[in-house]
Design a protein around this ligand. Structure first.
Ligand SMILES: Nc1ncnc2c1ncn2[C@@H]1O[C@H](COP(=O)(O)OP(=O)(O)O)[C@@H](O)[C@H]1O
Ligand SMILES: [Mg+2]
Length: 232
């Protein structure tokens, strides 16, 4: 939080101390201020999201959905970013009608964080795929995001989901993340009773997997909608 704030304060003061008259530099300084304000906004947004989940003040709207449809909606929003790089982004569709019981907004957050990373850490010309593992077990569905990017060394993998943990600090800062994305992903997945994990070989890409329930728990939604009918 301090670094972007210090930068905003520093450049604002420089401008007020006379640099404003320097036509060459004032636009550049304003650009730096805007860039750091954006970073600060992302960071506060991510910190708020994380604390809401941890304090359990985040409200989830669990409901039955079709997994292919939810994944397709997220891909639509990421596609322009993938095309800009460019990396190939495709969906591997589950059998039609495959259900998932989740908060659709949370699934959107999970997938957009994983896809944002996949695009960032995959060089131009690479490939990213999102899909569902073919053999769900124990009523859980396993969704994956696979990329052909730089990969993650084995020794970093256990700590990857900790807040602010980065494999390469300099590179990650340059790429503009907050270091909170995977911590948010882990908490959102856990709130659904699922687990998240990663498989990767350096320089051979990374695949993130997470599980979500396919079906509502027994008794849903009756207890939810009609609490007066709950047996005492
Ligand atoms: N798909 C990926 N390929 C390679 N490294 C990754 C990938 N996803 C995440 N990482 C590593 O994990 C770190 C943490 O990710 P994240 O919590 O999303 O933070 P951020 O993206 O803001 O750096 C990243 O800084 C990066 O080092
Ligand atoms: Mg990220």
């Amino acid at each position: 939080l301090r670094t972007p704030l210090a930068s905003i304060q520093g450049y604002t003061e420089t401008l007020m101390d006379g640099a404003l008259d320097d036509q060459q530099n004032n636009m550049r300084f304003l650009g730096i201020i805007r860039h750091n304000a954006e970073r600060l906004a992302r960071l506060t947004g991510d910190l708020l999201a994380l604390s809401r989940i941890e304090l359990k003040t985040q409200e989830f709207r669990f409901a039955p959905h079709l997994v292919n449809e939810l994944i397709a909606e997220v891909l639509d929003t990421i596609l322009p970013i993938a095309e800009k790089k460019p990396v190939d982004l495709k969906q591997e569709r589950a059998p039609e009608g495959t259900p998932v019981f989740c908060d659709s907004e949370a699934l959107y957050q999970i997938l957009s964080n994983l896809l944002d990373n996949a695009v960032k850490y995959t060089p131009a010309g690479g490939a990213i795929a999102v899909g569902v593992q073919s053999s769900p077990s124990g009523g859980m569905l396993e969704i994956f995001v696979r990329d052909s990017g730089i990969g993650i060394p084995a020794e970093d993998q256990p700590r990857l989901f900790e807040r602010f943990y980065r494999v390469d600090k300099a590179r990650s800062r340059e790429l503009g993340g907050t270091g909170l994305g995977l911590a948010i992903v882990k908490h959102l997945v856990r709130a659904h009773g699922g687990e998240v994990r990663v498989e990767s070989l350096p320089h051979h890409g990374a695949t993130f997997f997470f599980t979500l329930p396919m079906h509502p728990p027994a008794g849903w939604p009756e207890t939810e909608l009609h609490p007066q009918f709950t047996p005492s």
